[in-house]
Design a binder for this molecule. Sequence first.
Ligand SMILES: C[S@@+](CC[C@H](N)C(=O)[O-])C[C@H]1O[C@@H](n2cnc3c(N)ncnc32)[C@H](O)[C@@H]1O
Length: 292
Amino acid sequence: MDVKHAVLDVNDLLIRKIKKKKELSSLDDEIISKYIHQCYAIYPKLERSLREKNIRTVAKSREFNDVVKFARKSLREVYGVFIMDGFEKKSVEMSDQELLLLHRSTKERWNHYAYFYQEIFTSMKDDMTGKKLKVVDLACGLNIASHNVLEKAVPGPIEYVEIEVAKDDVRFIDEYMKDRDLRGKAIALDLTKEEFEKIPLHKGKDEFLVCFLFKLIDTFEATKRHTSKKLIAYLSKFADAIIITFPMKTIGGRKEIEENKRWWLEGFLTANNMKFTKLEIGDEMVFVVRCS
Ligand SMILES: C[S@@+](CC[C@H](N)C(=O)[O-])C[C@H]1O[C@@H](n2cnc3c(N)ncnc32)[C@H](O)[C@@H]1O
């Protein structure tokens, strides 16, 4: 008997195949499985047909490849597209600038990070004086590598909570934080599961809590409607401020993203009596939302 196939099922084979794409190789099996099941939910016949096939030959079937294609395309949109060449070789020995260039979002920001943080924090500095800043960076990518610039833009010390979806990426962020002697921790969380109570949002009397939602909620609204609104409403119960940003150009900077794609957020914030200011920084639209 073929031992390799005897212990694997179709799901395992699909996961293995999907992970062969370099930019998806660090994703957890559980996340990949979620997209396989999303495909089955849309095309139930595919699942039935795969289950009926011989496990030894199933990987050669058209149906198998259709599921692989569907999952890879969806995962690329929410994860793979942000990974730059060399991401899998990242190490704490690299400079912060080298690391910022390995993720598309930080790469797009790297030459104006100082201005980016200064603009965001200028209006909050008075309220922060004498307090420690606690940053909760949701779907953080490699933004932690900009900590040196952030430290210069705020008056006091900083504690970081970094949240990302892939455990491998979280392990790296943790290692980076230890290497750079940063206070805080990194946590693996799939935010679309809406288990928001797992986000550490407690704050002491002498702390100012700011949540970063950088270039995230437009993707979330496209893949799971209303998750972003629920997330913002939840964070606003704990945070002093939430910083929400939108890309103003499509990936690769080819096309402008129309302003009406952001109107829903303005409507949502206004309806919930949340005060906000809008800033345009680089190719990013930034909403500074004050919560208390
Ligand atoms: C456009 S990038 C923004 C990265 C970072 N916030 C920045 O602006 O530098 C979106 C990030 O969301 C992460 N992500 C995608 N799906 C997620 C999920 N379900 N839960 C948590 N993070 C997720 C991706 O891994 C990616 O790093």
